[in-house]
Design a protein around this ligand. Structure first.
Ligand code: ADP
Ligand code: MG
Length: 474
């Protein structure tokens, strides 16, 4: 999987020059992030961390990831509409995981009242690594699918231009011309625009629901600007604004601060720390409304690690996607081994196996955002402690994926320039819109490549571990 620039990696002078060009190009193209010190002001901003060089990605696996994305869109959408499946799958988890339980309660309440929402918009990102088999052949293996607040579709729309320039500076113009165009920001915006249009009120706005700390605002602005370009008004609000100034009219139309909201796009609300009592009430109000939620709460639940594990059970995909044999086969081919830790013989057995051989596995709680998984010795200790307690059902076990590392330079503000052994994670953005029972849009909307040094087992770009990258197909 070697990229054709092993030669330049050792040329220190050339690397230094290219790195200086790269950083300025990133700033010019808008690969930006606010600073840790001033996360809510744009007076001083920085470039978002990125690799100096594009990373090699096997073209067959890249194509496979694109080819399965519409299937995953259908699958997530099918799960979100399957009350029994969600109820059954999450039954053990919600007994021990308070966050999932609260989401689930809102889901049930909204279903009991009857869904007011006529249009559904899903924006997800399915993430993969290239597992290196015993014979050295890489295979595409899904890490997870993110069904809420999947980020970096904006910034990643701008990295290919930066990497193209770096390659030219390094005398690789031929290779530069082979970098693929990529514009998830536009793809996501087209989905939001379609949902807005189907909602059917010219004066209604799209509301981005955002976090208190907004370091990654430029990523969101890329999508916002695409909407403004289509004459769709965008407002940015927090849960607190919804709590204080949100209301529903008799038709359950949502108004925030006097403006009717057609689409709520969540870039927040995926981790427990996003919620206090008021925010939970705001979430309930949004879910009860007619507005198109991206995602609705059922779709958020469809993205839990517990659901992912349950999907890998024989027969489950077939039940969720009846008659779609080929889609099922394409989806299943991307699954790594996933194991339930529910109480009982099956869970006892896999817990014992993982305690005996922790390096084969990753232990995952029902959390998002990176930095939550357990590996190696820590996995062993935790699992040993909880092996006989129902607490273990708040986790799942997954086979550890082992990609082949490659050398690259990770560019971060205020960090020394040094070569690292790196592994990459490929994400494909999926967008779909459903009106009642009819799918009116189902697309793969672009890709994201993130790369990190191998010493970090876990963590995304926002967590300061991974950096943005561009795939170079080999
Ligand atoms: P999160 O919801 O926190 O993003 P992920 O399942 O994506 O959870 O895991 C976070 C990170 O941990 C991934 O980006 C990847 O680097 C690493 N990771 C997760 N699962 C595996 C696995 N099965 N094998 C190897 N690394 C993994
Ligand atoms: Mg992840």
């Amino acid at each position: 999987m070697a990229a054709p620039w092993e030669d330049v990696l050792r040329d220190e002078a050339a690397i230094r020059e290219a790195a200086a060009v790269a950083v300025d190009a990133a700033l010019l193209h808008g690969v930006l992030m606010r600073t840790e010190r001033e996360p809510n002001a744009s007076d001083v901003v920085n470039y978002a961390p990125f690799t100096l060089l594009p990373s090699a990605v096997p073209s067959a696996l890249f194509e496979q990831a694109y080819a399965v994305q519409q299937d995953f869109n259908l699958l997530v959408d099918a799960i979100s509409q399957n009350k029994e499946f969600l109820e059954h799958t999450l039954a053990s988890t919600i007994k021990v995981d308070d966050f999932t339980a609260r989401l689930f309660r809102i889901h049930m309440q909204v279903l009991e009242e009857g869904l007011a929402q006529p249009v559904f918009l899903g924006i997800n990102r399915s993430d993969y690594m290239f597992d290196c088999g015993v014979d050295g052949t890489p295979a595409l293996k899904q890490i997870e699918i993110n069904t809420i607040a999947a980020s970096f579709g904006g910034l990643t729309s701008r990295t290919a231009a930066v990497h193209g320039q770096v390659l030219k500076v390094l005398g690789k113009s031929e290779e530069a011309s082979r970098l693929l165009p990529n514009n998830p920001a536009k793809g996501l915006a087209l989905g939001i625009a379609k949902a807005w249009e189907l909602y059917g009120s010219q004066s209604a706005v799209v509301m981005f629901l955002v976090e208190k700390v907004q370091r990654n605002i430029f990523d969101q602005r890329c999508v916002e600007n695409e909407l403004w370009n289509r004459n769709i008004r965008v407002i940015r609000k927090r849960f607190r604004d919804v709590f204080e100034k949100g209301s529903l009219d008799d038709d359950k139309r949502l108004y925030v601060d006097g403006q009717e909201v057609a689409v709520v796009y969540y870039r927040e609300g995926y981790v427990p720390k996003n919620y206090d009592q008021q925010n939970w009430e705001a979430r309930l109000l949004l879910e009860r409304s007619r507005a198109v939620k991206c995602p609705d709460i059922a779709t958020q639940l469809a993205g839990t690690k517990k659901v992912q594990q349950e999907l890998s059970r024989p027969g489950t995909l077939e039940r969720l996607l009846p008659g779609r044999t080929e889609a099922v086969a394409r989806i299943r081919a991307t699954f790594a081994g996933l194991y339930s830790l529910d109480m009982g013989e099956e869970g006892d057995k896999i817990a014992a196996t993982a305690i005996a051989d922790p390096d084969r596995f990753v232990l995952k709680p029902q959390r998002e955002g990176g930095g939550n998984n357990l590996y190696g010795e820590e996995l062993r200790q935790v699992l040993e402690k909880i092996r006989d307690s129902p607490e273990r059902t708040s986790y799942i076990l997954m086979d550890k994926i082992k990609p082949q590392p490659a050398k690259n330079y990770l560019l971060r503000a205020h960090s020394p320039l040094q070569v690292s052994e790196c592994i990459s994670e490929l994400g494909i953005f999926g967008v779909y819109v459903r009106q009642g029972k009819e799918m009116v849009m189902n697309k793969a909307a672009g890709h994201l490549l993130r790369t990190k040094a191998i010493e970090h087992a876990d963590g995304g770009v926002a967590a300061g571990v991974a950096v943005l990258d561009t795939p170079y197909l080999v």
